[in-house]
Design a protein around this ligand. Structure first.
Ligand code: PLP
Length: 393
């Protein structure tokens, strides 16, 4: 289990729980209970039933024929875009709301940047009849109006984070502050494989249903349960973690992680964390993050709001450092063009985050016999304005 978390919450040099003392009770409660609760048969039954009946799992593993012909290789898409609410994020929020209920919590808080995690959280809170408060940067509230409307429609309270750069990291800081003040009745649903231990491991476990399903699905179509390549975009890293999870120790499987280069790696406007980042601590976790020479976090940029996080999860930092995964970065322009290509070649309009992953088809050489699985992390409805303005359609 070299690439998975150790008992102290580390992935190699990365991870851990670097938290203020006032957060200790909350984190300890989670750390001491999460494995016990999620391995209970009743929990598993409830989780799997909701994934099936509410989220719509298993999602298809779709063989993309036209794309495969064009690139002369075998390309499959894991269709997380078909999940309820339009992305993989709900796999995690379903798991965490069930966990919160087991812990006796009746109030949920969450941070959100693009609003996707906020919507997935507000959705499961409505489902369970639990009070929901979403922290969102003041600037993001303006940029992501449709998702703000969805959260409000679902009954959540959206609180504006007005400090710092007024974006995701500031919303996260506000959520942590709220949790410190409300340790007894509140659970904090983090939206990716980031934050202090046990969050990265807990979120990865909930998302691992993605690669659980792929094993069975590939066995049916290809007579073996593993692909040659797994490819996913990485913001914080949760859809990628779910895709890789059951294959981390299988060296037949090559792992590729795609980050957002924004306007270019050396443009000063990018979110290519592994390449530009240095070791540091963000939101309670030791990982790779973009920072200036004084250790101040630099503002990330990507045209896709879901990828502009200044860090990556500790699992991915370790996959990068150990060279288990190959990291590539893709510019806004490359990703946008792939959004259009996938739409017109397969009839699937991907989220801009997702579109980044496909750019590797232009830069890497695959063999005709290679089996490649892309994680189609989400659908592009939320991004239509951005696409339309970009292409002047
Ligand atoms: C949020 C999001 C991402 C990025 O988050 P990860 O934790 O890296 O998966 C990617 N794709 C979509 C569709 C998203 O909504």
């Amino acid at each position: 289990m070299k690439y998975n978390v150790d008992k102290n919450g580390y992935y190699g040099d990365f991870g851990g729980a670097y938290i203020p003392e006032m957060l200790y009770p909350n984190i300890s409660e989670l750390k001491e209970n999460y494995l016990k609760i999620i391995s209970e048969p009743k929990f598993k039954k409830d989780f799997n039933l909701l994934l099936k009946k509410y989220v719509g799992r298993p999602t298809p593993l779709y063989f993309a024929e036209r794309l495969s012909n064009k690139y002369n290789t075998k390309i499959y898409l894991k269709r997380e875009d078909l999940c309820h609410t339009g992305a993989h994020k709900i796999n995690n929020t379903i798991g965490q709301i069930l966990l919160a209920k087991r812990l006796g919590k009746n109030r949920i808080i969450a941070e959100t940047g693009a609003g996707q995690h906020g919507v997935a959280t507000a959705t499961v809170c409505a489902l369970m009849g639990v009070k929901c408060v979403i922290y969102m940067g003041e600037i993001d509230i303006k940029r992501q109006a449709p998702n703000v409307a969805r959260m409000k429609m679902l009954g959540a309270e959206v609180k504006s984070a007005k400090s710092g750069s007024k974006t995701l990291k500031d919303a996260t800081n506000e959520a942590i502050r709220d949790w410190i003040n409300n340790p007894v009745d509140t659970h904090y649903i983090i939206g990716s494989v980031v934050g202090p231990h046990p969050y990265p491991d807990m979120v990865a476990r909930f998302q691992s249903v993605i690669s659980d399903e792929i094993k069975t699905q590939l066995l049916n179509t290809e007579n073996r349960d593993y692909p040659d390549y797994l490819i996913a975009c990485v913001g914080g890293g949760s859809n990628a973690a779910g895709l890789y999870y059951n294959y981390l120790e299988n060296k037949n499987v090559k792992i590729i992680a795609v980050e957002a280069a924004g306007k270019g790696i050396s443009s000063g406007e990018s979110a290519a964390t592994s390449i530009l980042g240095k070791e540091g601590i963000i939101h309670g976790s030791k990982t790779l993050l973009m920072q200036n020479k004084d250790g101040q976090i630099t503002e990330p940029y990507s045209i896709s709001a879901g990828l502009d996080y200044p860090g990556i999860g500790p699992m991915h930092a370790n996959l990068y450092r150990s060279k288990r995964a190959e990291f590539v970065s893709v510019t806004d322009d490359e990703a946008m063009n792939w959004g259009l290509t996938l739409s017109q070649m397969e009839g699937i309009i991907p989220a801009i985050e997702t579109a980044h992953a496909f750019s590797v088809l232009d830069t890497m050489n695959f063999k005709p016999s290679d089996i490649i699985v892309f994680n189609c992390s989400g659908r592009g409805d939320k991004d239509l304005d951005t696409y339309i303005n970009y292409f002047k359609i």
